[in-house]
Design a protein around this ligand. Structure first.
Ligand code: GDP
Ligand code: MG
Length: 178
C-alpha cells in the first residue's frame, strides 16, 4: 500500500545555498556555476530504496525568499519530508535552519516530521568553511533528524541525502499506520 504513495519532498533554506543545484544534480546530473534564482520548480522522480523498492518523489524546489509568511506555512503544510539546506560557507544560512524547523513543527503540530539537515558546498571546505561539521551534527541532534554534508558541484552525498530522507519518511509512515 505504501508503495503507491508519493513522497512529497520540499527543499527549504536561504537563497544561494544550493537548493536548485542539489535538485538538478539529483534529477539530471547537471551542475551550473552561474546563479539562476528561481521562484519555485517541481519535479517528479523515482528512487530505488531498499531491495529494489521504488518510491515516486514529488520534489519542490523553493526560492528561499519567502517574503510572505503564508508561503512558508503553505510549504510546511503540503510537504511530508523536508530537506533543510544551508551552506557551510554562510553562517547566516545555518542560523536560519532553526526558524525553518520551528515553523514546520508548529504547522504540523508534531515533532515526528521526516527531515534531513544538509550542509552544502563541502567542496569549499578547506578555504571558505564558516560552519563546522560538529555544529551541523549537534543541530541535527537537537532536531532529531539526520545530518549530511554535500556538494552539488562535486556530486558528494546527493543521492544519499534523498535516500536517507525517503527511508525516514517511510519509517514515519509505518509508525503512524501501526
Ligand atoms: P538556491 O538559491 O538555494 O537554489 O541556490 P543555487 O542552487 O541556485 O546555487 C547558488 C550558487 O551556489 C550557484 O552559483 C551555484 O553554482 C553555487 N553552488 C550550489 N551548490 C554548490 C556546491 O555544492 N559547491 C559550490 N562550490 N557551489 C555551489
Ligand atoms: Mg534556487
Amino acid at each position: 500500500m505504501l508503495n503507491n504513495k508519493n513522497c512529497p519532498i520540499i527543499l527549504l533554506g536561504d537563497s544561494g545555498v544550493g537548493k536548485s543545484s542539489i535538485t538538478l544534480k539529483f534529477i539530471r546530473d547537471t551542475f551550473e556555476d552561474v546563479y539562476n534564482p528561481t521562484f519555485e520548480n517541481s519535479y517528479i522522480a523515482e528512487l530505488d530504496i531498499n531491495y529494489g523498492e521504488k518510491i515516486r518523489l514529488e520534489i519542490l524546489d523553493t526560492a528561499g525568499q519567502e517574503d510572505f509568511i503564508n508561503l512558508r506555512d503553505h510549504y510546511a503544510r503540503i510537504g511530508e519530508a523536508f530537506i533543510l539546506v544551508y551552506s557551510i560557507t554562510c553562517r547566516g544560512s545555518f542560523n536560519e535552519m532553526k526558524h525553518i524547523k520551528e515553523n514546520i513543527t508548529n504547522i504540523k503540530q508534531c515533532t515526528d516530521v521526516p527531515m534531513i539537515l544538509v550542509g552544502n558546498k563541502v567542496d569549499l571546505s578547506n578555504t571558505e568553511r564558516k560552519v563546522s561539521i560538529e555544529e551541523g551534527k549537534s543541530l541535527a541532534r537537537s532536531f532529531g533528524c539526520a545530518f549530511i554534508e554535500t556538494s552539488a558541484k562535486e556530486n558528494i552525498n546527493i543521492e544519499e541525502t534523498f535516500k536517507t530522507l525517503v527511508n525516514d519518511w517511510k519509517k514515519s509512515k509505518e509508525r503512524k499506520v501501526n
